[in-house]
Write a protein that binds this ligand. Structure first.
Ligand SMILES: NC(=O)c1ccc[n+]([C@@H]2O[C@H](COP(=O)([O-])OP(=O)(O)OC[C@H]3O[C@@H](n4cnc5c(N)ncnc54)[C@H](OP(=O)(O)O)[C@@H]3O)[C@@H](O)[C@H]2O)c1
Length: 331
C-alpha cells in the first residue's frame, strides 16, 4: 500500500469559514477478478450485520475515499439500502451483492436482482453471487437466469458463495457464454477449511476466492483468542502494524484471495485497508501457521451441516433468514 496526501479546502457553512487540512489517501493493491482482466481491490468492505445509521454510511464512504472501492452486500442482509446511500454520487465502486437460495428459480433470480438494483440505486451490479447452493432447484435453471442478467446488462459478472469445488465445477459447466469469476467462502487465520480443496481449485480455475469473515465474524477479538492476538501483535510490531492487519495480510498472501472485512467505524475501516500491500516474511508466515494449529474456531456453518442444508429447504425458512439478517443489531 502506498500513502499519498492532498490538501483539502472545504467551506463549512455552519461556521462560515474554510477548513484547510491534509487528507491521507491510501492506495489499496488490486488483484485480477477471475480471468476477466479486470482488477478489484484486494480488500473490500463487508456489510452483514452493519447498522443503518449515518455512522455506518460515513464509515463506508471513508473507505471508498481511501481507495477501498469494493463493497459486498446481499439481499438477505438488509444493507443494500445502506450501501446505496454510501455509493451515491461515487464513481468506480465495485458493488457485489447476492441472491438468497430461496430465490434460485429462473423468474425469482430476475425479480431478486431487480429488487437489489432498486435498493442499491444502480442500473447494473458488478458481481452477482449465488449466496448458497440449493440442491432442490436445478443449477442449470439458476445459471440460465444469471446469463440472462448479464445479457440484459443488469449484472457484469457471475459469482458464487459457499460452493464446494465440485459444486463450483457443476455451476461452471452449465454456463454457455460466461465463466464463474468468484467464490465467496469463509477463510481466516481461525478457519482454514478451504485449504483442503477449494483454494487449489480456485487457483487452478482462475476463480477469485473472496474470503469472508476474515476475523471469524468478530471471534478474533474475543478473550479466548487474546493470546493469539498478542502473538500477532508482536509480529505486527516489527512492521508498525496491528494484529488485525497481520490477520488480513496473512490472508492476502494466499492466491487468488481477496477479502471483505466488515467494520462499522471509520477507524476500523481505515485500519483494515492499511493492511494492503504489507508483506509478512517467510518466517513470520511460518510462525503464524504454527499458531493457527492451536487457535481455531468452527466455521460459521460447519461443513457437514452446510452440505445437509444445501439439500433441504432450510434456507427458505424463517430461522435461517433471521440469523442471516442479523436482527437485533442496532446502528
Ligand atoms: N457469503 C456468506 O455466506 C457470508 C457469510 C458471512 C460473511 N459474509 C461477508 O463477509 C463480511 C465480513 O464477515 P463478517 O461480517 O462475518 O465478520 P468479520 O469481518 O470477520 O468481523 C467483523 C467484526 O470484526 C470487527 N472489526 C472489524 N475490523 C476491526 C478492527 N480493525 N479492529 C477491531 N475490530 C474490528 C467488527 O467490529 P465493528 O463492526 O464494531 O467495526 C465486527 O465485530 C460480511 O460483512 C459479509 O459481507 C458473507
Amino acid at each position: 500500500m502506498c500513502f499519498s496526501s492532498f490538501l483539502k479546502v472545504s467551506f463549512i457553512p455552519s461556521r462560515g469559514n474554510f477548513y484547510i487540512g491534509w487528507v491521507r489517501c491510501l492506495t489499496v493493491k488490486y488483484k485480477e477478478l477471475g480471468r476477466t482482466g479486470e482488477k478489484i481491490p484486494e480488500i473490500g468492505m463487508g456489510s452483514w450485520q452493519l447498522g443503518h445509521g449515518e455512522g455506518q454510511v460515513e464509515a463506508l464512504r471513508a473507505g471508498l475515499d481511501a481507495g477501498c472501492r469494493f463493497i459486498d452486500t446481499a439481499e438477505i442482509y438488509q444493507t443494500e439500502d445502506v450501501v446505496g446511500r454510501a455509493i451515491k454520487g461515487k464513481k468506480d465502486v465495485f458493488v457485489a451483492t447476492k441472491v438468497w437460495p430461496s430465490n434460485l428459480h429462473y423468474d425469482d433470480v430476475i425479480r431478486a436482482c431487480d429488487a437489489s438494483l432498486k435498493r442499491l440505486g444502480l442500473k447494473q451490479v458488478d458481481l452477482y453471487q449465488i449466496h448458497w447452493p440449493n440442491k432442490t432447484i436445478p443449477i442449470e435453471e439458476t445459471m440460465a437466469a444469471m446469463e440472462k442478467l448479464v445479457d440484459d446488462g443488469k449484472i457484469r459478472y457471475i459469482g458464487l458463495s459457499n460452493f464446494s469445488a465440485k459444486e463450483m465445477q457443476e455451476a461452471q459447466d452449465t454456463l454457455k457464454r460466461n465463466t464463474v469469476v468468484s467464490n465467496q467462502v469463509e477463510y481466516s487465520v481461525l478457519v482454514r477449511d478451504v485449504e483442503k480443496e477449494l483454494l487449489a481449485a480456485c487457483k487452478k480455475e482462475h476463480v477469485t476466492l473472496i474470503a469472508y469473515s476474515p476475523f471469524g465474524n468478530g471471534a478474533f477479538f474475543e478473550p479466548r483468542f487474546a493470546p493469539f492476538v498478542e502473538a500477532l501483535t508482536r509480529i505486527g510490531a516489527a512492521h508498525g502494524k496491528s494484529a488485525s492487519q497481520v490477520a488480513i495480510a496473512w490472508l492476502l498472501e494466499k492466491d487468488p484471495v481477496v477479502t471483505i472485512p466488515k467494520a462499522s467505524s471509520k477507524e476500523h475501516v481505515l485500519e483494515n485497508i492499511e493492511a494492503s500491500g504489507f508483506k509478512l516474511t517467510r518466517e513470520e508466515l511460518a510462525a503464524i501457521d504454527e499458531l493457527c494449529k492451536k487457535y481455531k474456531k468452527s466455521p460459521l456453518v460447519p461443513l457437514h451441516l452446510g452440505s445437509l442444508l444445501k439439500h433441504t429447504t432450510f434456507w427458505h425458512g424463517s430461522i435461517a433468514k433471521r440469523w442471516m439478517e442479523g436482527r437485533g443489531k442496532k446502528p
